[in-house]
Design a protein around this ligand. Structure first.
Ligand SMILES: NC(=O)c1ccc[n+]([C@@H]2O[C@H](COP(=O)([O-])OP(=O)(O)OC[C@H]3O[C@@H](n4cnc5c(N)ncnc54)[C@H](O)[C@@H]3O)[C@@H](O)[C@H]2O)c1
Length: 378
C-alpha cells in the first residue's frame, strides 16, 4: 500500500502521525511511505531519519495526499486539507467529528474512509488510542502544578516534596482513571502527600493495591471534596463521565476554602472541566485567577511535549496502521471489531451513530455498506 504522512498544519500542532521507526516497520512490511518534507521536525525527527528508515520524501502536502492510499495523521483535517481528500482514500487520524459538521460533510461528499483514533476500542471496551494522551497529560499535570507553585509563578512558594524537616505539599487528585493514576505516580515520586478521590469504589481498591500506603483514597462526595481541598496545595481535576460534560465537582463557593497560593490544574477541561470556574486556556496563555486561585486549564496539554506525545501516540496507532495497510481495510475491520468501531465515514455515509445523532444527519450502519450489504442491495 502507498501510505502518505503529511505535516500537521493545525495551529501549534507539532506532533506527526508516524515516527521514523513506524515508517521503517511499514516499509519492512512491504509498503511505500511518502513523507512530506519537514513533517517530523516539530517532534524532533529530521527528514534524513525518515529517508534512512526507508521513507520517500515529497515536497508538498498536495503530493502526499495525491499519492497515499492511506493517510496517517494526528489531527482532524482542517479547511485547507479538505480539497486534498480523495474518493476511497483511507484517513487514519483523530477526527472528533461530532462538533465538526463541515468536516463530516466533506468526508462524506468525497467518499473518504475515515477511521478515527478516538472511537477505536480494545477488548475491554476502553479507548486505546486516547489512553496515551491521558498518560501524557496526567504526568504533565504534576510537573505543571509544581512549576506554578513556585513563588515567582504565582504560587505558594513550596516544593512538592518538601525537604528533611519541612513537610511535603498536599496534592489532591479528583478522578483516579488514567490521568489521575499517572498524576499520582508523579506526585508520589516527587515525595508529595497524595489523596485520590473517585466515585468508583472498585477503582479506589485498585489504586490502594497499586500505591499501598503511599496515597490516601477517598470516596468522592461534595463533603469529601470540601474537606480535602481545604488542606491542598495542588488540586488536579481528572474526572471523566464518558460522552458527557464533566461534572462540576468544585464550585465557586468551594474555592473559598482553598488555601492561599494553591494551584488548580483542570485536565478535564476538554470535557468542560470539573471546576465551576474552569475555562479552556492555551499554551501561550495557560493560567488565570478566579476567586484569587490560580487555574491552569490548557485543553491540549500533550501539545507542549510533542516528541514524547508523538512516540506515545504512534506506539499505540502503529499496530492498527500495519493491520490496515497489510490486510486492507475490509479484512482488517472484519478481523478486529474494535478497529471497526473506529470507522466514522465510509462510501459517502456517516457510519458512527453518535456522530450522526449529534449532527442530526443520517446514520448508516457500516455492515449495510460492506460487501455483503452491497450485493444484498444490488
Ligand atoms: N487537557 C488535556 O490536554 C487532556 C489530555 C488527555 C485527557 N484529558 C481529559 O482528562 C479527563 C480524564 O481522562 P482519563 O483518561 O483519566 O479518564 P478515565 O475514564 O480513565 O478516568 C476518569 C475517572 O473519573 C472518575 N469519575 C467520574 N465521575 C466522578 C466523580 N463525580 N467524582 C470522582 N471521580 C469521578 C471515574 O470513576 C474514572 O475513574 C478526560 O476529560 C480527558 O478527556 C485532557
Amino acid at each position: 500500500m502507498k501510505i502518505g504522512l503529511p505535516k500537521e498544519i493545525k495551529d501549534n500542532e507539532y506532533r506527526v502521525g508516524l515516527t521514523p521507526a513506524g515508517v521503517n516497520a511499514l516499509v519492512n512490511a512491504g509498503h511505500e511511505v511518502f513523507v512530506q518534507k519537514s513533517a517530523g521536525e516539530g517532534s524532533g525527527f529530521p527528514d534524513e531519519q525518515y529517508v534512512k528508515a526507508g521513507g520517500k520524501l515529497l515536497n508538498t502536502a498536495d503530493e502526499v495526499w495525491q499519492t497515499g492510499d492511506m493517510i496517517v495523521k494526528v489531527k482532524e483535517p482542517i479547511a485547507p486539507e479538505y480539497p486534498r481528500m480523495r474518493e476511497d482514500q483511507l484517513l487514519f487520524t483523530y477526527l472528533h467529528l461530532a462538533p465538526e459538521l463541515e468536516l463530516t460533510k466533506q468526508m462524506m461528499d468525497r467518499k473518504v474512509t475515515g477511521v478515527a483514533y478516538e472511537t477505536i476500542t480494545d477488548h475491554n471496551g476502553k479507548l486505546p488510542l486516547l489512553t496515551p494522551m491521558s498518560e501524557v497529560a496526567g504526568r504533565m499535570s504534576v510537573q505543571v502544578g509544581a512549576t506554578y507553585l513556585e513563588k515567582m509563578n504565582g504560587g505558594k512558594g513550596i516544593l512538592l516534596g518538601g525537604v528533611p524537616g519541612v513537610p511535603a505539599a498536599n496534592v489532591m487528585i479528583i478522578g483516579g482513571g488514567v490521568v489521575g493514576t499517572e498524576a499520582a505516580k508523579m506526585a508520589v515520586g516527587l515525595g508529595a502527600r497524595v489523596t485520590i478521590l473517585d466515585r468508583d469504589l472498585n477503582r479506589l481498591r485498585q489504586l490502594d493495591d497499586i500505591f499501598l500506603s503511599k496515597v490516601q483514597t477517598m470516596a468522592s462526595s461534595r463533603y469529601a471534596i470540601e474537606e480535602a481541598i481545604a488542606h491542598s496545595d495542588l488540586v488536579i481535576g481528572a474526572v471523566l463521565v464518558v460522552g458527557a460534560a464533566a461534572p462540576k465537582l468544585v464550585t465557586r463557593d468551594t474555592l473559598k476554602l482553598v488555601p492561599q497560593g494553591a494551584v488548580l490544574v483542570d485536565v478535564a477541561v476538554d470535557q468542560g472541566g470539573c471546576f465551576e470556574t474552569t475555562h479552556a486556556t492555551t499554551h501561550s496563555n495557560p493560567t488565570y485567577y478566579e476567586e484569587g486561585v490560580l487555574h491552569y486549564c490548557v485543553a491540549n496539554m500533550p501539545g507542549a511535549v510533542p516528541r514524547t506525545s508523538t512516540f506515545a501516540l504512534t506506539n499505540a496507532t502503529l499496530p492498527y496502521a500495519i493491520a490496515l495497510a497489510g490486510k486492507g481495510f475490509e479484512r482488517a475491520i472484519a478481523e478486529d471489531a474494535g478497529l471497526k468501531e473506529g470507522v466514522n465515514t465510509y462510501a459517502g455515509k456517516c457510519t458512527y451513530e453518535a456522530v450522526a445523532t449529534s449532527q442530526n444527519i443520517e446514520y448508516t450502519p457500516l455492515d449495510s455498506l460492506l460487501d455483503g450489504g452491497r450485493s444484498a442491495s444490488a
